[in-house]
Design a protein around this ligand. Structure first.
Ligand code: FAD
Ligand code: SF4
Ligand code: SF4
Length: 487
């Protein structure tokens, strides 16, 4: 077969077709189309098959990127799917929503002078094709084991762990307080980044593989951690972080100032066909409103783009640092700007004006001062620089902290970090309570889907070792006790 690789010197980077902003603004469908086979092969062939692939080093899952790019370039898609799915439980999801510009693609060595290989889009193409052609199979174990595991939280960390453990033969029960599985994949991230059917076909697959979903089941309300430890041989906590950081100041309690997750969940539920009274009443619908979103991360970008699609009069994003210092992905900022969002950089909210409901946000100009201990420049308010931005709806997207884990799990002895996340032993992924493991945002703090998958896989490995040791100990004791009974 002729060498299909290293074509980056003559073939330029080409992302899958992106829908025009004017069309995107009208619906919640994903904005990128899929590659066709020829374009996927052509783009995968741009890879130079590096001896030390920095793309792989900077992928949290250490995906074997050069290999699946080569197989795609050669049209050997089923093999590409095997390689890709060996290290990732949801490649089609990561391919869609990883901030590739900060991870694999941002470290592709051909980027200097030539643009990066479109790794995420090829990854998505491989697994979407695998689903279409029926290559993706439920995780059916070769041998059923007697031991069972309980996983609390059906977000990406819990789902990845469930798949890994089910493949090994354990009985797996996934508990979640929501009525649907998926965590932030289903109720946080909007459809225009990740259509819900993509998430649901993953959870269906787990169900078909024998994983039991216990939805509308909240630990702390319907059971305690101690109850789960009684029911299962090992427990994984993968509950994410949901306590929204708040903003203080005059007028902060006015109506129509809402937290990002409340706003996004209502919109996602609406898209899933649910009845959402707060949406129907208009309280969480941006239609006909002047919207101000406060924050500069991915959550803020999801809020501004949701408001655009709901038919806001205008959408302004207020952020106290500048574009270069935004925590969110640059690609998302670009999409937002294309869709008509206005960014008010270096602007800090100081008060909310209005009588019962918010009428305007009062903000001040900021300049970036000396770096703090983390190396980030500290925003400093410029005297007498105040200005007002009219607003009928304000969405607060300032990040998330963990809920009070001692209260939720009813275990005052559970060891926490100083940030309130769960403390684990990184060699075993176990907390300080025997047989209780933890993974995802509840360990790392608000992070990324790809890191949650990585953590879920690591936790599954830790749990497997623990359960094997436990089973061996029982087997070793059993003959002795049988002997003692005979004597
Ligand atoms: P989660 O996804 O939060 O799942 C936790 C689950 O636990 C939830 O289903 C919850 O209902 C359940 N749970 C919580 N408490 C209990 C309890 N007491 N009892 C039972 N169940 C419970 N990352 C990216 O990589 N790319 C993006 O584009 C991106 N966009 C994002 C947009 C938004 C709006 C937000 C908020 C986050 C985004 N992220 C993104 C981050 C990413 O979604 C998270 O890092 C990831 O989902 C964390 O996975 P997890 O499994 O740890 O937790
Ligand atoms: Fe890149 Fe994310 Fe895929 Fe890794 S999982 S190769 S970081 S898109
Ligand atoms: Fe290919 Fe870029 Fe990875 Fe090198 S860094 S192996 S060129 S994708």
């Amino acid at each position: 077969m002729p060498n299909k690789m290293l074509s980056f010197v003559r073939v330029g980077q080409s992302m899958p077709d992106k829908r025009m902003p004017v069309e995107r603004r009208r619906d919640f469908r994903e904005i990128y189309a899929e590659y066709d086979a020829a374009r996927a092969s052509e783009q995968a062939g741009r890879c130079s098959q590096c001896g030390v692939p920095f793309c792989q080093v900077h992928c949290p899952l250490q995906n074997n990127i050069p290999d699946w790019l080569k197989l795609t370039a050669e049209g050997r898609l089923e093999e590409a799917y095997e390689v890709s799915s060996a290290t990732n439980n949801m490649p089609e999801i990561c391919g869609r929503i990883c901030p590739q510009d900060r991870l694999c693609e941002g470290n592709c060595v051909i980027e200097k002078g030539f643009e990066a290989v479109t790794i995420g889009s090829v990854e998505k193409y491989i697994t979407d094709t695998a689903f279409d052609r029926g290559w993706v199979k439920p995780p059916k174990p070769v041998r059923e084991l007697a031991q069972s595991v309980g996983i609390v939280g059906a977000g990406p960390a819990g789902l990845a762990a469930a798949e890994q453990l089910r493949r090994k033969g354990y009985k797996v029960a996934l508990y979640d307080r929501y009525d649907r599985a998926g965590g932030l994949l289903i109720y946080g991230i909007p459809n225009f980044k990740l259509e819900k059917e993509i998430v649901q076909r993953r959870t269906r697959l787990l169900e078909q593989g024998g994983v039991t979903f216990k939805l509308n089941f909240e630990i702390g309300r319907d059971a305690t951690l101690a109850d789960l430890r009684q029911r299962h041989d090992a427990v994984l906590i993968a509950t994410g972080v949901y306590k929204a950081r708040d903003i203080q100041g005059p007028g902060a309690g006015l109506g129509n100032i809402v937290p990002a997750m409340t706003y996004l969940t209502a919109s996602n539920r609406k898209g899933l066909g649910d009845k959402v009274p707060e949406f129907e009443s208009g309280a969480l619908d941006a239609r006909g409103k002047r919207v101000v979103v406060i924050g500069g991360g991915d959550t803020a970008m999801d809020c501004v783009r949701t408001a655009v699609r709901q038919g806001a009069v205008y959408v302004k994003c207020l952020y106290r640092r500048d574009r270069a210092n935004m925590p969110g992905s640059m690609r998302e900022v670009k999409h937002s700007e294309e869709e008509g969002v206005e960014f008010l950089w270096l602007s800090a909210p100081e008060a909310f004006l209005g009588e019962r409901k918010v009428r305007a946000v009062r903000a001040a100009r900021v300049h970036l001062g000396v770096p703090d201990s983390t190396g980030r420049q500290t925003p400093q308010v410029i005297d007498n620089s105040h200005f007002n931005v009219d607003a009928d709806l304000v969405v607060k997207a300032l990040g998330f902290d963990p809920e009070d884990a001692h209260q939720v799990f009813g275990e005052p002895g559970l060891k926490l970090t100083r940030w309130g996340t769960l403390s684990i032993d990184y060699r075993t992924q176990m907390t300080n309570i025997e047989g209780v493991f933890a993974a995802g945002d509840i360990v790392r703090g608000a992070s990324l889907v790809v890191w949650a998958v990585r953590d879920g896989r690591d936790a599954a490995e830790g749990m497997h070792k623990y359960l094997r040791a436990k089973a061996s100990a029982v087997e070793a004791v059993a003959p002795l006790s049988a002997q003692a009974a005979a004597e």
